[in-house]
Design a protein around this ligand. Sequence first.
Ligand code: SF4
Ligand code: SF4
Length: 446
Amino acid sequence: MKAKTNINFSRHNSISRRGFLGSFPVLLGCGFLGQPAHSTQGKVPGKEGKKIREYRTLGRTGFNVSDISLGGVELTTPALVKAALDAGINYIDTGEGYLRGQSELNIGKAIQDYDRKTIFITTKLFFRPNVTKSEIKSRTLKCLERLQTEYIDCLMIHGTPNLETLKAEGFHAAVKELKAEGKVRFCGLSNHGSQYSEEYQDMEKIMTAAARDGRFDAALFAYNFLNRDMGENILKVFKEKNIGATLMKVNPVLEHIELDEYVSEREKKGEPVSDSLRKRLALYKERVESADFFNKKYGLNGYPQMRDAAIRFVLSHPGVHTVTFSIKNFDQLESYVSLSGTRLNTVDSKALSIYETQCGEFYCRHACGKCESHCPQGVPVNTIMRFNFYFKGQGREKAAMEQYAGLKGKKADECKNCAGFCERYCPYNVPIQVLLQQAHHTLTMS
Ligand code: SF4
Ligand code: SF4
């Protein structure tokens, strides 16, 4: 049967719409993260459920953390935290702003039945460089109240945008006192790309500066098989300085691009479609058809294999201590925990390599932003694509739309009638102009 030409990564696809989607790399959005995001979904893992099989020392904190950890951005029930702890997860990442404090509250309720000393809890605070010591201290005390605990294992700067924030005197003075009072044990930071503040500096610069600063013990950052360089450079410096390395956004195979449909829609409306985009569509079709051979040979069923391979890729790096997932239900918990202790195998490597060739161009790298300064309108390219990832890759539709609505500055509707200046500066050849327009369409439902 002749393959169809859908370039369709949508998590909302039905099997019948897939056409050539039997080729594994294009099943990306279907399945796992396409499940409803209710925390009650799936059977609560019992005693016989999957267990964590590997623990690693979190750098100079000396704490042995599970290689798979629980991210709290969507943590809507204490039951999920308890199930994670029962499965052997002992690292929990949350933030003051996650679910407006509800994530911390749910963690607080759950941990009361467990030995606190066996759990490592990180929470994070957003602030400007001029934050005062008293503000950090009072906000931290509120985190402690919500978490119902005497101490936070690691207090992180959330989404550290620049070196000024990294060195904020108020924060460091507060951490010093909180440590002396036994309320905070370690200090850390996170970053996954710009918040689109004018002062943003890139992730590698911020992370390596933090490692060399001497006051930071652990960090959370983005690293995956399509976005290696920055992450590997950071991990090298972290190893030298013995900094705890915790990861996020390790699975980039969730770009959901209904590109051909979007292009058809534009054509129907009489809107221009560039020759270069048409050429990409044709090339993409060729690649997908050639990948089908590999798919059949190894009996791959698409997205689950790609997801697992992407996760095994980061778990195989000796400098990585734990990989944090925003786990929303029991089924997801089981799936992630089942990957504990695993390593990349030959089929994984081949699959990732084929995926990179086929689809690498369609992924706007987390924490990149290299093209942004070339946009005359000042559109925050990388930030918008991250919101798009929250929507389509993580199933966090409402949060993604709210964040986009609240974005300061220009939005991607500016891209429609632009000459695409930014695209020429993308080292990864991402067709970003059309992806931004799609993202705008998705995030505004316009
Ligand atoms: S389009 Fe390219 S250069 Fe721009 S942020 Fe994305 S990956 Fe980086
Ligand atoms: S397409 Fe044009 S308006 Fe949109 S981000 Fe690129 S340069 Fe800016």
